[in-house]
Design a protein around this ligand. Structure first.
Ligand code: PXG
Length: 463
């Protein structure tokens, strides 16, 4: 069977999908009625659907296809590795060349002395590992009460029991009795939505100091770690005020807790440096990696830890691991992806050229009557749609306007996601300036169309 040509007509694919496929984060009954959008192939930053329509992918798949679609080199190494050694485990005193090389390559690329990696199949698993790592680390050090992990409201750390518990997504907690024990959440540094009368800088400090207050409330003897994304991604690209990370780092240094940077989205070039920790001057003890590690071509994630954390973990058995920890095919694909990112200078081009270009255009969106704020960090950006800019007001029934805008984008061949009524992008890092121009034209057109609809429906009344 040649998978490339195994296309049934769209309606048939949709009907079979509706009959047998349960989708993530979806109300199946609604989707099954209208039918899923079927994507059949992709190249560079462009997707093609089952009707042959070409769509600009403003989300790099799911924040992951950093090197863009259609790189044959990755297919080739996957093929070669499958023939050579399609699987072997890394349990029971064994290893294999791809996982060895990838661990070494990552130790070169990762900042500071994050020189050791525990592998997983994705970001959620890696964050589950991080819970185990942080608690086990303190237990080995004779401090078994240090178990609680502090996270933030509206954080996203995955969808497993551990990942979703670390995350601060209320609708996820509401299903299945989450969060699990010994995980707490403090406020996020979302100035536009929650900063009130404070300046962004004052608000950044105030949010960071909530970490210190939470450590004091729980008792330092009970706290294992603080986990955070350098820039919250799924929470709607929440770029923290400049004062936030320095203060968080000070607090982590002053207290005996581990700092876990979840770089599943920020890692591998997204913020214009290899890691968000470099962009925001963060010195994590543990870093979660996934997505851009393989540009999504094969599932892989991991927990990178410092020399000190590794030395402690290595001193005892660690009763934890996944069948696919260090899967040889995923490791080979990740290595090839890293080679391309490095040799083609993709991160440098983002930092020096395409991200500044996108930023200069993106910031102008704040002049649109519907846009309250336009924020950006490297190749991830958001706009807040508002009925009243000066009041930083939010629409009633959050998500209604976002959905209208998302559909307008999609109907104009642009994938741009909504979170509530904010719109977010995270395009492939290889997006060109010409494609950025197209993206911007489509965003503005969709904003104009959305505004016209809101005015016609009486939902937009400029004050
Ligand atoms: N941490 C962060 C920061 C993430 O963004 C995960 C962990 C979990 O990774 P896995 O590989 O287990 O999915 C993520 C994933 C969205 C969306 O709609 C975002 C993610 C996943 C699915 C949807 O923005 N991020």
């Amino acid at each position: 069977m040649n998978v490339l040509f195994n296309h049934l007509p769209t309606e048939e694919l949709q009907a079979i999908d509706a009959a047998h496929h349960l989708h993530p984060f979806t109300k199946g009954a609604d989707l099954n009625k209208k039918g899923a959008r079927i994507i059949t192939r992709a190249k560079g930053s462009t997707l093609t659907d089952s009707e042959g329509v070409e769509i600009l992918d403003g989300m790099a798949g799911l924040w992951c296809v950093n090197i863009g679609y259609g790189r044959d080199e990755l297919a080739k190494v996957a093929y070669d590795q499958m023939r050579e050694l399609p699987f072997y485990n890394t349990f029971f005193q064994t290893s294999h060349p791809p996982v060895i090389q990838l661990a070494q390559k990552l130790s070169e690329l990762l900042p500071g002395d994050l020189n050791h990696v525990f592998f997983a199949s994705g970001g959620s698993e890696a964050n589950d590992s991080n819970i185990r790592i942080a608690r086990h680390y303190w237990a080995i050090k004779g401090k078994p009460t240090k178990k609680t992990i502090i996270s933030r409201h509206n954080a996203y750390h995955g969808s497993t029991m551990g990942g979703a518990s670390l995350g601060g997504m209320q609708p996820m907690h509401a299903q299945g009795g989450l969060p699990i024990a010994d995980i707490t959440h403090i406020d996020q540094p979302f100035w536009w939505g929650e900063g009130g009368d404070m300046s962004p800088e004052e608000f950044g400090l105030a949010c960071a100091r909530k970490l210190e207050a939470e450590i004091e409330r729980l008792g330092e003897d009970n706290v294992a770690a603080f986990i955070a994304e350098p820039v919250q991604g799924a929470g709607a690209v929440i770029v923290p005020p400049s004062t936030y990370w320095p203060e968080i780092q000070r607090i982590c240094d002053a207290h005996e807790i581990l700092l876990i940077a979840d770089e599943v989205i920020c890692g591998f070039g997204r913020t214009g440096n290899w890691f968000g920790s470099q962009t925001y001057n963060i010195r994590p003890d543990v870093m979660t990696i996934a997505k851009g590690l393989s540009s999504g071509y094969a599932p892989i994630g991991g927990s990178a830890v410092t020399d000190e954390v590794a030395a402690v973990l290595d001193s005892d058995d660690f009763n934890h691991g996944y069948t696919y920890s260090g899967h040889p095919v995923s490791c080979a694909v990740a290595l090839e992806n890293l080679r391309i990112l490095e040799e083609e200078g993709i991160v440098d081009t983002v930092r020096a050229e395409t991200a500044p270009y996108l930023e200069s255009k993106w910031r102008t969106l704040a002049d649109h009557p519907l846009v309250g704020e336009a924020r950006i960090s490297g190749m991830m950006a958001a706009i807040e749609m508002t009925p009243d800019k000066s009041a930083r007001a939010q629409f009633a029934n959050p998500g209604t306007v976002g959905t209208i805008m998302r559909d307008n984008c999609f109907n104009d061949a642009l994938i741009m996601r909504n979170v509530r009524d904010s719109m977010i992008i995270s395009p492939p890092l290889v997006i060109t300036k010409a494609e950025i121009d197209v993206l911007m034209e489509r965003v503005v057109r969709a904003l104009d169309k959305t505004l016209a609809t809101l005015k016609a429906d009486g939902m937009f009344k400029p004050g």
